[in-house]
Design a protein around this ligand. Sequence first.
Ligand SMILES: Nc1ncnc2c1ncn2[C@@H]1O[C@H](COP(=O)(O)OP(=O)(O)O)[C@@H](O)[C@H]1O
Ligand SMILES: [Mg+2]
Length: 240
Amino acid sequence: MQALLSLHDVTKRYGALTVTDAMSLDVTSGTTLGILGPNGAGKTTLFNLISGDVRPDSGRILLEGRDITSTSPHRRCRLGVGRSYQIPHPFAGMTVFENLLVAATFGAGKSENDAYAPCLEILRQTGLWPRANQRAGSLTLLDRKRLELARALATEPVLLLLDEVAGGLTQHEALELVALVRAIKTRGMTIIWIEHVVHALLAVADRLMVLNFGARLAEGEPSAIMADPDVRRVYLGLGS
Ligand SMILES: Nc1ncnc2c1ncn2[C@@H]1O[C@H](COP(=O)(O)OP(=O)(O)O)[C@@H](O)[C@H]1O
Ligand SMILES: [Mg+2]
């Protein structure tokens, strides 16, 4: 079966620093890949490479078999790469609903009329319905995280990239977000989720990949990865 997303030998350097080191990766349609790794491991850079915010120095990126290595971020969004950002950046002065309309019109290329119904549906799905007319800048952290997810959904992705959406939340809030991501997954979405909150990843991911210095330290079935002595030493700071 063809992977929804494939990276072939993708390398990105900043000066002397190799941040993504000949990374190859396949993500199967309908699955969730969780990514763990210490700060500075190159996790967000990997998303920047997939979304097109950053161009690789070498290597190829394919979405549904199509080479998107040189495709603009805007065009990749239209092709179905949807992402959240580690630091949410909604239009603070606009309402929650207006933020979704912008994502649906500019991101998915819908007319405002056509954007209306799907954006209402996303408000319901993400629990933001009661906040629809509230300015994004006045939301609580949990609702800002929900909005970040909702904006990504409004671009109608086939591949959803989530960058630390559970970070900074209380345990209870993180569980709410986990339930939301699970519900999105259940509807068939392909997801890559970068997260430090390990229990959140374990609740959703089919596979885990651990990044360290821009390269794969381990990848596989979540319970096997969590039991891996190298992973425990490098990532969890535990002796083996
Ligand atoms: N635009 C940039 N210019 C220079 N260095 C960068 C840039 N973006 C990221 N880096 C460096 O690349 C490394 C990986 O960063 P990042 O991908 O954000 O890691 P992570 O998300 O795993 O914490 C870090 O050392 C970071 O300082
Ligand atoms: Mg990061």
